[in-house]
Write a protein that binds this ligand. Structure first.
Ligand code: G3P
Length: 211
């Protein structure tokens, strides 16, 4: 029951579509421009740096806040706390990616994944942030940076879950791995068009030079 509540509460937080709202305030539906994504990268692409920053922090916080709350609320049950944080983060990502009131057409869940990561493990934050910044600085493909973050996230969960760093008890481990894998797979699924473009060499590069 706790799992369902965390997933559902996360989904409700995820419905707060910062990019869509920011676009509407600028009299556009951001999903009709650029990549059609309602997240940070497309906000940056279509509306400029300030929009990108606002959308990132909005989408980041809507994941970080419920995830850290769950972690605090369940601090006396460390054997399951991290699993419930994962369910909450997955809920936020699903709400962000598939908002029911926008015909299930939202973003790709990477800023929300960042919020989940910060609530889970600051070491993982440092590793993923460094990898993301390096990849985007060198290639200017945000999608590639996002996919590397999703991959590192899954590997980290498997390694750290297994050595007890998150206090995940062995009975919960298979489920812990499955939820982490779903989060990572979700990022790959939402980036499937980006992956095709990356393979064909025509993925959009991000520019930080304008607005
Ligand atoms: O977080 C989304 C990013 O990885 C790709 O965004 O708009 O280029 O598809 P976009």
């Amino acid at each position: 029951m706790e799992r369902i509540i965390c997933l559902a509460a996360g989904y409700l937080f995820g419905l707060l579509q910062t990019g869509y709202i920011y676009g509407r305030l600028n009299k556009i539906d951001i999903r009709n421009y650029g990549s059609g994504n309602s997240g940070t990268t497309n906000a940056l692409r279509v509306l400029g740096k300030k929009a990108g920053a606002v959308v990132f922090f909005g989408d980041f916080l809507k994941a970080f806040i419920p995830c850290i709350l769950v972690r605090i609320l369940f601090r006396d049950r460390p054997e399951i706390a991290c699993l419930l944080v994962l369910y909450t983060g997955l809920g936020v990502i699903l709400g962000h990616n598939y908002p029911f009131y926008l015909n299930f057409k939202g973003g790709k869940g990477i800023a929300a994944t960042a919020g989940l990561i910060v609530a889970l493990d600051l070491r993982l934050m440092v590793v993923t942030l460094l990898a993301f910044v390096l990849i985007v600085a060198v290639t200017r493909f945000v999608s590639l940076g996002s996919l590397v973050v999703a991959t590192i996230f899954l590997v980290w969960m498997i390694v750290m879950g297994n050595n007890g760093s998150f206090s995940v008890q062995s009975g919960y481990l298979p489920e812990f791995y499955i939820v982490a894998a779903v989060i990572s797979a979700q990022a790959f699924w939402r980036h499937r068009a980006n992956i095709v473009r990356l393979v064909h060499g025509n993925e959009n590069k991000i520019s930080f030079g304008k607005k």
